[in-house]
Design a protein around this ligand. Structure first.
Ligand SMILES: [Zn+2]
Length: 133
């Protein structure tokens, strides 16, 4: 089970993000695509997951947003059009149910819930934006 990312992994993530072409990743100024261009781990002993200081930058103009991102390994317990519940484990091994807003595809979530497959979810500013792997 992979719980932490090194810098290289996060660069891979940035690539994935770019490929989705989701409308929430469109620059509000010029409507071009936005990508993650820089990430550093935030040292926060209280957080069960490793959050990253993340900069999401437009590929065309100079618009950028600072955000916090992290990923959770778990499976889809429940979902609707707006929210998703992810069943995962805390670092101590106890079961955790986390609820987030999401921008994921409804059909994809349906499939993931039925299969109960273990997946990694990328969360940016408390919103699930992508399923990795
Ligand atoms: Zn732009």
């Amino acid at each position: 089970m992979k719980a932490k990312y090194n810098k290289k992994d996060m660069e891979v993530l940035a690539d994935l993000w770019d490929k989705t072409g989701d409308k929430s990743l469109v620059c509000p100024q010029c409507e071009h695509k936005m990508v993650i261009v820089q990430v550093e781990p935030i040292h926060d002993a209280e957080n069960a997951y490793i959050p990253y200081d993340t900069i999401i930058e437009c590929t065309s103009c100079d618009f950028k947003i600072r955000a916090e991102s992290f990923s959770i390994l778990g499976c889809v317990k429940n979902f609707n059009l707006k929210h998703i519940e992810i069943a995962s484990w805390s670092p101590s091994g106890s079961r955790v149910l986390s609820r987030y807003e999401h921008i994921l595809d409804y059909e994809l979530l349906k499939k993931l819930k039925e299969s109960a497959e273990l997946k990694e979810f990328l969360i940016v500013n408390k919103q699930v934006i992508q399923v990795i792997g």
